[in-house]
Design a protein around this ligand. Structure first.
Ligand code: GLY
Ligand code: MN
Ligand code: MN
Length: 431
């Protein structure tokens, strides 16, 4: 089993985790949909990042001592009966032999062994507040570790979220290859579904087609619940009811991305159900497209991460003024934030093992700069619901265009450009 990549990630903590400190990362527990019907296990992303290990209720501890990281994992015990029902368990021996941990124990022994493992460390880092009930466990273990020797100094509990997040923020080559594939699967699925959409179909059918196209290409699960929003439903930003019939004269907004080998992709396209944009739909669409393109151009090493945000706000404000939807001087309106009635979310987010991935957005009190290996979404939008005080002809139009952008040494790569966003290309794809 090739688990070198995960071991090397654990080892590289020796430049980040201070000496005589421990980092604890809990894995995911099995989740139940109802009664005893469980969902397939989705391992906790950071636990997976440092282990590649996918059994529930596991936990890992990395301890930095004498310039070396020791990694210890607690895993479900071998159990003949449970393995007949649920499948193979590596057990502690497999965790060492196949996953390269220095030590492994049964997870039934966590409370007994953790105080011993933490004895003598100065600080314990872990992702505070992320797993229900876990904060109290860490307090109990560190108190028990401190009280083992009343003459030792007490152990500080520290939030390890930034330490883990900022490591995950810069994707290594292994991750970039997987994410390219995730984006390809999602892009091909978009093209396939867009080609075959028909007026009168239900949003739920479109969702099913996406899940089928993802699964067929190796992306069994979506990275998040797809948004399939016909007409005005697109103005509900996280619309996931996906149960209305599609009108020929409406746009449909689909925000969907597969998860592939644990990594997310995240694409939005908005296109005409009947295959042809109306004049008003096209006018709004072109503003969002211009914002999308201009913002993507600003995603490059050394640029501030807020640059695409500002550019998109300015393009959208100017476009809305040109259409007479906003009235006034574009610069003044931008300063006042008038665009926020129509564009009420941010330009994007980090993308990785989680769709809204970890990683800070600020460092030293300021928004950070783009660095090679970051992957961000760029997803400007304009949403005009029927309750807004605008000419009726604009009402019910909601448009978002979302791409996944890898920052490189000398610019960026749009990982999702295989799905057309140019209106002419969309119309000819759907013809
Ligand atoms: N799909 C969720 C988002 O775009 O943020
Ligand atoms: Mn997104
Ligand atoms: Mn999205």
């Amino acid at each position: 089993m090739d688990n070198k990549i995960y071991k090397s990630r654990r080892e590289s903590l020796n430049t980040i985790l201070p000496e005589n400190c421990a980092l604890i990362i809990p894995g995911a527990d099995l989740q139940y949909r109802n009664a005893d019907s469980s969902y397939a296990l989705r391992q906790e992303s950071s636990f997976y990042y440092f282990s590649g290990f996918c059994e529930p209720s596991s936990l890992m501890v990395m301890v930095h001592q004498e310039d070396k990281i020791s990694s210890i994992v607690f895993v479900p015990p071998k159990d003949k009966l449970r393995e007949i029902w649920d499948g193979y368990r590596a057990g502690p021996i497999g965790a060492v032999d196949d996953y390269g941990f220095d030590q492994a124990f049964e997870n039934t022994k966590i409370n007994e062994l953790m105080p011993e493992l933490l004895q003598g460390v100065k600080k314990v880092f872990y992702p505070i507040g992320k797993k229900s009930g876990f904060d109290q466990n860490v307090i109990d273990w560190t108190c028990a570790a401190s009280s083992k020797d009343r003459h030792s100094q007490s152990i500080d509990i520290m939030d390890g979220s930034s330490m883990i997040g900022n490591m995950r923020l810069i994707k290594d080559d292994h991750e970039i290859e997987i994410m390219k594939k995730a984006c390809d699967i999602s892009a091909e699925s978009f093209v396939e579904v867009m080609k075959n959409i028909k007026p009168g179909e239900n949003e739920q059918l479109i969702e099913s087609k996406f899940l089928y196209e993802f699964g067929k290409r190796g992306g069994r699960f979506p990275a998040y619940t797809p948004i399939v929003a016909g007409g005005e439903n697109a103005c509900v930003l996280h619309y996931i009811e996906n149960n209305q019939d599609l009108n020929e004269s409406d746009l449909i907004l689909v925000d969907a991305g597969c998860e592939y080998k644990m990594y997310a992709s995240d694409i939005t396209r908005t296109f005409p159900v009947g295959g042809k944009f109306s004049e008003e739909q096209l006018a709004i669409y072109n503003i969002v497209l211009e914002a999308n393109k201009a913002a993507i151009d600003a995603v490059k090493t050394g640029n501030n991460i807020m640059e695409p945000q500002l550019i998109s706000e300015k393009v959208i404000t100017k476009g809305l003024v040109e259409l007479g939807i906003l009235d006034g001087n574009p610069e003044e309106l931008h300063k006042e934030g008038a665009f926020k009635d129509f564009y009420m979310h941010k330009i994007g987010h980090w993308l990785g093992l989680d769709v809204h991935d970890v990683g800070d957005y600020m460092e030293n009190g300021e928004f950070m700069q783009f660095k090679p290996g970051m992957i961000t979404t760029i997803e400007p939008g304009i949403y005009i619901s029927s309750s807004m005080n605008v000419d009726d002809k604009w009402k019910g139009i909601g448009v978002r265009i979302e791409d996944d952008i890898l920052v490189t040494n000398d610019g960026n790569i749009n990982l999702t450009e295989k799905v057309p966003s140019c209106p002419k290309e969309i119309e000819s794809l759907m013809a």
